[in-house]
Design a protein around this ligand. Structure first.
Ligand code: 13P
Length: 231
């Protein structure tokens, strides 16, 4: 299984360091060697965290080496900390920050060229979900526009927007059907995200085409994230 923690705009440099220290101690003893663990702290908390038990990635970056892009972080800054893993296409960036599919695709292309491991996020609103699975799939597939789905170093995170931070997880049936259909479109590891927590990790991780989870709220404390990883 793949377990990815997205801190979003939570944690500081200091609390991230403490978190990763606790994580490391526990993983060293109890980690299943087949599991992959990713942590995405905020940009200000990036540092040189070398561990064979987990990978630290960035939640975002600007698709340029360096240059005049006030407020953005490029490849040069990521390289300082050996970051080669990135989240792209998260619904919060699409919907709150206003990233278009074109911008998302440009970012994907740039970091693909750099050989980054990409976790590419897609998801639908409740309004779309209520229109039924065919419309949901049309919407999800439209989020692959401009994306090279043959790239070998990326995975997909399916995160229904209505399940993010709401406590309302998609049902096992909804996840099963969506992931089965997605697997036929992109043959890459598929993560589910949206209110994953200790109480539902067993049933979600048991679904055939769920290869991992992308976790927000329940990843903020090392104890609750470890509960998922070590379930
Ligand atoms: P929650 O786990 O808080 O629902 O967030 C999911 C998410 O958006 C991870 O990227």
């Amino acid at each position: 299984m793949i377990y990815a923690a997205n801190f979003k705009t939570n944690h500081t440099r200091q609390s991230t360091r403490e978190y990763l220290g606790k994580l490391q101690m526990k993983l060293l003893l109890d980690k299943n060697p087949n599991d992959e663990i990713y942590i995405f702290p905020p940009l200000t908390a990036l540092d040189e965290y070398n561990s064979s038990d987990f990978t630290v990635g960035t939640q975002n970056a600007y698709p340029f080496e360096s240059g005049a892009f006030t407020g953005e972080v490029g490849l040069e800054q990521l390289r300082e900390f050996n970051i080669d893993t990135i989240l792209i296409g998260h619904s919060e960036r699409r919907d709150i920050i206003g990233e278009s599919q074109e911008q998302v695709a440009k970012k994907f292309e740039f970091f693909k060229e750099q050989g980054f491991k990409i976790i590419y996020c897609i998801g639908e609103s409740l309004e779309v979900r209520e229109k039924g699975i065919e419309i949901v799939m049309e919407h999800l597939i439209s989020q692959f526009e401009g994306i090279d789905t043959t790239y070998e170093n990326f995975m997909v995170a399916y995160e229904p927007i209505w399940a993010i931070g709401t406590g309302r997880t998609a049902s096992v049936e909804e996840i099963t059907e969506t992931h089965n259909r997605l697997k036929k479109v992109v043959d890459r590891p598929l993560l589910y995200g949206g209110s994953v927590k200790g109480a539902n990790i067993a049933e979600i991780s048991a679904i055939e085409n769920v290869d991992g989870v992308l976790v927000g709220g329940a990843s903020l404390k090392s104890e609750t994230f470890l509960e998922l990883v070590l379930h």
